[in-house]
Design a binder for this molecule. Structure first.
Ligand SMILES: NC(=O)c1ccc[n+]([C@@H]2O[C@H](COP(=O)([O-])OP(=O)(O)OC[C@H]3O[C@@H](n4cnc5c(N)ncnc54)[C@H](OP(=O)(O)O)[C@@H]3O)[C@@H](O)[C@H]2O)c1
Length: 342
């Protein structure tokens, strides 16, 4: 008898996150991809769009047809830009499907924050109170019951995981957290633009959107929940001439002096049950190469007197997007959390 696989749809399959999702889901022992779609001029086999899939999957990627995708699949991954996801998520939910949204549309609980940062009206704000923020290390219990899961952003994943132990334990001045984050170019998606053009991005390093990046409210929202009071971080993102990876260096002012080994012990203890968090030993620091194509977040820590410096590394397309979405799917479906991603 054939195994009863979970039928899944990938919407936004021609994007970077969609492509990585397909790669992971093809190897996942509990899933069958039954629908692939995007915004395409004419339907085409996905293996023509991404030749890496030749001989692996023969589905055609066409324009999204909500009714057909709902009929074909029980769980829908929306790997769509923000503003686009909220057009479709309510319709899939109405037809009884679970939705994992990789965009920012359901991550912020405040409608006014969303509308201010994303410059658009939220067209399904009523869903914000029931959407679950999909950072398993903090919300595993809620994720189990989620129907609409808001997969975290890549910078927020790297930042929140690096801050959570010290903030939750009230060990730091929460108005003095500085996050200096660096991302590879795929973080901006596959749509070409001048700043992402190879000769512009290559051999160059630049800061952008200093203290006005749209991921800031998401980081502040989650750190405020952990702290039990309003947190406002200083956030400087950088574009780095590499394809994948985020390295986030976070500076804290501690309330009391501490030794590095003590801080490492706090992080190891906080994440002791987490299969995808690797807290490194003293004087070892994360590198993006070590997490490339993995769902790991590596964390390194150095403390000098009252200054704590925490460095995190993730793959923006995996732990920052696609594999974290599959980690969430595993939890929502009651599968082993590491299935297909470890
Ligand atoms: N890249 C990352 O590192 C990363 C990390 C975390 C979260 N995310 C989030 O994940 C989502 C996808 O990111 P990405 O980097 O994969 O973006 P991307 O490369 O730009 O891909 C976007 C996908 O959405 C499709 N699309 C756009 N408008 C559509 C519409 N109206 N109807 C149907 N399909 C439409 C695109 O199709 P066409 O190709 O035909 O336009 C493409 O397949 C975004 O919300 C992003 O913020 C990305």
């Amino acid at each position: 008898m054939s195994k009863n696989l979970l039928k899944v749809a990938v919407v936004g399959a021609t994007g970077y996150a969609g492509c990585e999702l397909i790669k992971i889901l093809l190897r996942h022992p509990e899933t069958e991809i039954t629908s692939i779609s995007a915004k395409v001029d004419r339907p085409e086999p996905i293996s023509n769009i991404f030749p890496v899939f030749k001989g692996q999957i023969d589905l055609v990627c066409g324009e999204l047809d909500i009714r057909a995708a709902s009929k074909a699949a029980d769980l829908i991954f929306l790997a769509l830009p923000h503003k686009v996801s909220m057009e479709f998520a309510p319709k899939f939910l109405e037809s009884g499907k679970k939705v994992i949204d990789l965009s920012a549309d359901y991550r912020l609980s405040s409608v006014s924050e969303y509308e201010a940062w994303y410059g658009t009206k939220h067209t399904s704000a009523e869903l914000l109170s029931s959407s679950v923020y999909g950072l398993p290390e903090l919300y595993r219990k809620e994720i189990v019951k989620a129907k609409l899961l808001a997969n975290p952003g890549c910078y927020p994943t790297a930042s929140i995981l690096g801050c959570a132990p010290l903030v939750e334990k009230s060990l730091v001045e929460t108005d003095r957290i500085i996050i200096d984050a660096k991302s590879g170019v795929t973080g901006a998606g596959r749509t070409p633009s001048m700043g992402l053009h190879f000769p512009e991005a290559n051999e160059n390093l630049k800061a952008y959107k200093i203290n006005q990046h749209q991921h800031m409210p998401e980081i502040n929202q989650e750190l405020s929940k952990l702290a039990g009071s309003k947190v406002g971080v200083t956030f400087t993102p950088h574009l780095v001439p590499m394809n994948r990876g985020i390295l986030s260096t976070i500076y804290f002012t501690l309330k009391k002096e501490m030794e590095t080994v003590e801080a490492i012990r706090i992080y190891k203890d906080f994440y002791k049950a987490e299969p995808f968090i690797r807290v490194l030993d003293e004087n070892i620091f994360p590198e993006t190469k070590n997490v490339y194509g993995t769902n790991f977040c590596d964390i390194g820590i150095k403390v000098t007197d009252k200054r704590a410096i925490v460095v995190t590394a993730i793959d923006n397309l995996w732990k920052g997007a696609a594999s974290q979405a599959v980690q969430n799917m595993n939890i929502m479906q009651g599968y082993k959390e590491t299935l297909g991603i470890l």
